[in-house]
Design a protein around this ligand. Structure first.
Ligand code: B12
Ligand code: SF4
Length: 630
C-alpha cells in the first residue's frame, strides 16, 4: 500500500521552482504582518530504547525546515514549539507578538498522533471568528491525512488542511492565500474562500475538508501526490529555523522571546541536517522509496559544508545527525560530498576537529565504499547506523550476509567510525539458534558485538504506513486490534511493542527484545569498556552502554505489562485497514491518491484515474475507489 507514483518524468519540480516560490512569497510577505506557531507533536509515552536520548536532544528537522521556510519567506514572527520541551503548551492560550497567531501548524509522526490530535482540538477551542488557520503536516499527514479531521458532530474539531508534502507545497498554499487575501481579512477566512473557489485544487499535496455546516467534515478533497524538490540546495538554510525555538518550560503559553542563539546547543546538543533523501532498495516493510517516487535527492558537498560551518559558528553545535535514508546510496554523490567536506576548514581547523556526525547507511553500500572510508572519516563521520535488519537475510535481502556485515563493521571500526546496527525481530526468528548460521536474535547480537557494534537497535516488525506490506499486515489478521482489553494505540507502533504477529506465543517476542537489549547493554560491558578498553572508541562505547542501560530500564517499565497481556489476555485482530471514515476523492473526479482501501466513497462522483495513477493506465470507478491502488 505504497503512495502512488506520479507519471514518469513528472515526479520532481523543475529546477528553480522552489527558488521561484520562495522569491515570490518574499515579494508579497511585506504586505501581510503574519504570525505563525509551529508545534511539534510528541507523545512522552514513546520515551524508551533505542531513541531515548536523541528524541529530546535533537530538534526535529521537519518543524525546523518549515520554520526556516517561513522565516526565509519574510515571516520572521514565527515560533517553533516542541512538545518534547514544552509538554504543557496549550494552543488555545498562545499569543505571539501580543495576539493570536494567523497560522497554527502541527507536525507529527504517526507515533505521536494522540498528541497531535490533542493540539488540534485545543486550537479549535479558540472562538472560530479569531481561530488561526490550522495546518497539519509531517509523516503522519503524508500517509494518513484524514486523521487530522474530526467527524463527530457532538465533538467538533479538525485542522483546516493537511499538507501531504514538503516546503514547496506549504509555500504554494501560502502564496495562493496571500494573493487572494482581502484587506484585514483573517487568513482562515481567505482559506475558506479559496477552498470553495477551487483555487487550492491546483496545488498537489493538500487534503482539505468540505462540509455543509462548516463544522464536521463530510468529505475530504485530495489534490494528489506532491512533486518533490530534486536539488536539495534549493531548500532554505536550516540556520533560520533554530532561532525560532520556544524556550523549554512548563508554561501553557509562549514566552515573549525565542530561545537565544547561545542557548540552542544546551537543549539541542545534536543538530539534524537533511543531506540526501531516498534509497535504491525496495524493502517491502519500508515506505521510503515510494515516498521519494524512487528518486534519490541530494545536496551538494559545498552546500553541506556551508550548513555544517554556519550552524557550528552560529549555535556552537558540534554533533550532527544526517537525516538520510541511506547516505551511501549513490557512490559518486557520496564521494563528492565527503571529499568536499574532508577539504574544508572551520575556523582554521579541519572539519573533523570541529564537528562530528553520524547518519544511516546499508551494509552493501558500506562495502562499496570500503576503499574510501578514510575520506569518510576525514569528512567528520564518526557513527553509522547500519540497517542490517537480519544478518542472514531471512527477513529481507539487501546485499547483507553474516560475513559481509562482519566485514563492514570491522572496516568501519578500523577507520574510527562506530558501527551502529539496526535489527528487526520477526516471527520466524528464534531467540537462540544452534549451528553455524546465526539465525537466532541473540546469536546475531553476539556476532555484531564481536564485530565491534557500539550500539544496538532491535525493533519488532510492525505495519508501516506507506509500505508494500502495510495492507497485507491488516488483511491477513496479523495486526492486533487489542490485547487483554487494551487497544493498540498509535504510540505503540514504533516497533517496541509486539502489535502484529502470527506467532503462537507472541509474548516471547516481546521478551526476546528485552533479553537482546539486556545482553548488549549491561553493567559488565559498561565496566569492561572503561577498565579494559580494547579500542580507541572505548569512550563512545561506555557512553552508549550507559545510555542503553537507562533506556532499557524505561523499555522494561513500559513494555513488560504488554508482554504479560500477550501471555494471558485475549488477542483481537484487525481484518481491515485503518482507512479514513470520511469519504475521500481527488480533484476533477479523480480518485484520492492518499486514500486506503475501505475509505467510503463520495456520493454521486464518477472517478477518473488520478494524476499520480494516470501513468499506470487504470480506470478507477466508485465501488473500487482505492482498492485498485494496492
Ligand atoms: C532522523 C529520524 C529519526 C530520529 C529523529 C530525531 C529527531 N528528534 O529529529 C530518531 C532516530 C530519533 C527517529 C526515531 C524514530 N523514527 Co524516525 N526518522 C528519521 C528520518 C530518517 C529523518 C527525519 C528527518 O529529520 N527528516 C527530514 C525532515 C525535513 O523531513 P520531515 O520530518 O518529513 O519534514 C518534511 C515534511 O514531512 C513536511 N513537514 C513536516 N512537518 C510539517 C508540518 C507542517 C505544518 C507542514 C506544512 C509540513 C511539514 O515538511 C518537511 C520539510 O520537507 C525519517 C525518514 C526521513 N528521511 O524523513 C525517519 C522517520 C521520521 N522515522 C520514522 C519512525 C517510524 C521512527 C520510529 C518510530 C522508529 C522506527 N520504528 O523506525 C522512532 C520514533 C521515536 C520517537 N519517540 O519519536 C518514520 C515515521 C513514519 C510515520 N508515518 O510517522 C520515518 C518517516 C521513516 C519511515 N519509516 O518512513 N527517527
Ligand atoms: S535499505 Fe533501509 S531505507 Fe532502503 S528501502 Fe530498505 S529499509 Fe528502506
Amino acid at each position: 500500500m505504497e503512495l502512488p507514483r506520479r507519471t514518469r518524468g513528472d515526479e520532481l519540480l523543475k529546477p528553480g521552482e522552489l527558488l521561484g516560490v520562495r522569491r515570490r512569497v518574499r515579494q508579497i510577505a511585506g504586505r501581510h504582518d503574519l504570525t505563525s506557531v509551529i508545534a511539534c507533536a510528541f507523545d512522552h509515552r514513546t520515551r524508551m530504547l533505542p531513541f531515548i536520548y536523541a528524541d529530546l536532544h535533537m530538534v526535529p528537522a521537519g518543524v525546523r525546515a518549515i520554520g526556516s521556510a517561513l522565516a526565509d519567506a519574510g515571516f520572521e514572527k514565527t515560533r517553533i514549539v516542541l512538545q518534547q520541551w514544552n509538554r504543557n503548551f496549550r494552543p488555545s492560550q498562545m499569543r505571539l507578538d501580543g495576539r493570536l497567531p494567523d497560522l497554527f501548524m502541527v507536525s507529527s509522526m504517526q507515533l505521536h498522533t494522540a498528541a497531535c490530535m490533542e493540539l488540534i482540538r485545543d486550537a479549535c477551542r479558540i472562538d472560530p471568528s479569531y481561530r488561526p488557520l490550522i495546518i497539519v503536516g509531517g509523516p503522519k499527514a503524508i500517509y494518513e491525512p484524514w486523521d487530522a479531521f474530526g467527524l463527530d458532530p457532538h465533538d467538533p474539531w479538525g485542522a483546516d488542511v493537511a499538507v501531504t508534502g514538503e516546503e514547496f507545497v506549504l509555500l504554494s498554499l501560502i502564496e495562493a492565500l496571500l494573493t487572494a487575501r482581502a484587506r484585514n481579512e483573517s487568513l482562515r477566512a481567505t482559506f475558506l474562500r479559496a477552498r470553495d473557489s477551487g483555487v487550492l485544487d491546483g496545488i498537489p499535496g493538500l487534503v482539505y475538508a468540505r462540509s455543509q455546516d462548516g463544522i464536521v467534515a463530510e468529505e475530504l478533497i485530495d489534490t494528489g501526490i506532491q512533486r518533490l524538490v530534486g536539488d536539495l540546495d534549493e531548500l532554505p538554510h536550516p540556520v533560520l529555523g533554530y532561532r525560532l525555538l520556544e524556550t523549554p518550560s512548563r508554561a501553557t503559553n509562549l514566552a515573549s522571546q525565542a530561545l537565544p542563539a547561545e542557548q540552542v546547543r544546551r537543549y539541542s546538543s545534536i543538530g539534524s541536517l537533511v543531506l540526501t533523501f531516498g534509497c535504491k532498495f525496495a524493502c517491502p516493510y519500508c515506505p521510503i522509496p515510494a515516498y521519494n517516487q524512487r528518486q534519490f535527492r541530494v545536496k551538494s558537498g559545498e552546500r553541506i559544508a556551508d550548513e555544517f560551518s554556519t550552524l557550528h559558528r552560529t549555535y556552537g553545535i558540534r554533533r550532527f545527525f544526517g537525516a538520510d535514508d541511506n547516505f551511501f546510496n549513490d557512490k559518486s554523490r557520496t564521494l563528492e560530498i565527503v571529499e568536499t567536506l574532508s577539504r574544508i576548514k572551520i575556523d582554521g581547523a579541519p572539519i573533523r576537529k570541529r564537528i562530528r556526525w553520524g547518519t544511516e547507511a546499508t551494509v552493501h553500500d558500506t562495502l562499496q565504499l570500503k576503499d574510501h572510508l578514510s575520506v569518510v572519516r576525514k569528512a567528520g563521520i564518526r557513527s553509522l547506523w547500519i540497517g542490517v535488519e537480519d544478518m542472514t537475510a531471512t527477513l529481507v535481502k539487501k546485499g547483507q550476509s553474516v560475513d559481509k556485515t562482519t566485514e563492514s563493521f570491522r572496516l568501519l571500526h578500523k577507520h574510527g567510525i562506530c558501527p551502529m546496527p539496526m535489527m528487526m525481530h520477526h516471527d520466524e526468528q528464534p531467540l537462540i539458534s544452534r549451528g553455524p548460521i546465526p539465525y537466532g536474535l541473540l546469536n546475531q547480537v553476539r556476532r555484531l558485538r564481536k564485530a565491534r557494534a557500539v550500539s544496538m537497535q532491535v525493533l519488532m516488525l510492525v505495519p508501516a504506513t506507506g509500505s508494500k506490506l502495510y495492507g497485507e499486515t491488516y488483511t491477513s489478521g496479523m495486526a492486533y486490534e487489542s490485547v487483554g482489553g487494551r487497544k493498540v494505540e498509535e504510540h505503540m507502533l514504533g516497533g517496541n511493542y509486539v502489535v502484529a504477529s502470527h506467532h503462537r506465543k507472541p509474548w516471547r517476542k516481546q521478551i526476546n527484545i528485552l533479553v537482546a537489549y539486556a545482553y548488549f547493554y549491561n553493567p559488565l560491558r559498561f565496566l569492561w569498556a572503561l577498565v579494559r578498553p580494547t579500542s580507541k572508541l572505548y569512550l563512545a562505547d561506555a557512553m552508549w552502554q550507559f545510555l542503553g542501560m537507562w533506556g532499557l530500564a524505561q523499555t522494561v517499565r513500559r513494555t513488560l505489562g504488554w508482554a504479560w497481556r500477550l501471555r494471558s489476555g485475549k488477542i483481537r485482530r484487525n481484518t481491515a485497514l485503518p482507512a479514513s471514515r470520511i469519504p475521500m476523492r481527488g480533484v476533477n473526479g479523480a480518485a484520492a491518491d492518499h486514500a486506503l482501501p475501505g475509505t467510503p466513497p463520495c456520493e454521486n462522483v464518477e472517478l477518473e484515474p488520478s494524476v499520480a495513477s494516470a501513468g499506470r493506465s487504470i480506470r478507477v470507478t466508485l465501488p473500487v475507489l482505492t482498492g485498485a491502488r494496492g
